[in-house]
Design a protein around this ligand. Structure first.
Ligand code: SF4
Ligand code: SF4
Length: 131
């Protein structure tokens, strides 16, 4: 015989199992992401898309030779690139180099093959999240 506690526990499990299935099947509004952004904004933590996260290890190969700066006609890309060796929470101190014309000179001469243009694009894309 099932005791009342057991029935209660099974009902509870059944309810949560079914609601979990429903959430998987029905594309509810992703309020969780909005809450995440709001809750962590003061800590300067922001959400990064999966494909961007996957690229990030290649962003941190810079060893600060600054050769890219001597070739860039628009500014000092090493300033942005070096940030990826630091904490993400330092991003708010930066101004993305939006004037990058994509000439490729920096990447062609970087001895570490750092994807500098992708880093510039990353900074522009997430600017509003960390400033
Ligand atoms: S050339 Fe490459 S390794 Fe040197 S500072 Fe620029 S990004 Fe870093
Ligand atoms: S691609 Fe952009 S960052 Fe690199 S040298 Fe050209 S303008 Fe500068």
């Amino acid at each position: 015989m099932f005791g009342s506690k057991r029935i209660k526990a099974l009902s509870f499990l059944g309810f949560h199992f079914n609601s979990h299935l429903l959430k998987k099947l029905i594309p509810f509004n992703r309020r969780g992401l909005q809450h995440f952004k709001k809750d962590y904004r003061n800590d300067k933590i922001f959400s990064i898309a999966k494909n961007d996260r996957e690229q990030m290890p290649s962003f941190s190969q810079c060893y600060t030779c600054k050769i890219c700066d001597t070739y860039c006609p628009q500014g000092n890309p090493s300033y942005l690139v070096q940030t990826f060796s630091r904490s993400l929470t330092d991003f708010d101190l930066l101004t993305p180099q939006e004037s990058c014309g994509g000439c490729d000179l920096c990447e062609k001469h970087c001895p570490q093959h750092v994807p500098i243009k992708k880093i510039v694009q990353f900074m522009i894309k997430y600017k509003s999240d960390f400033q």
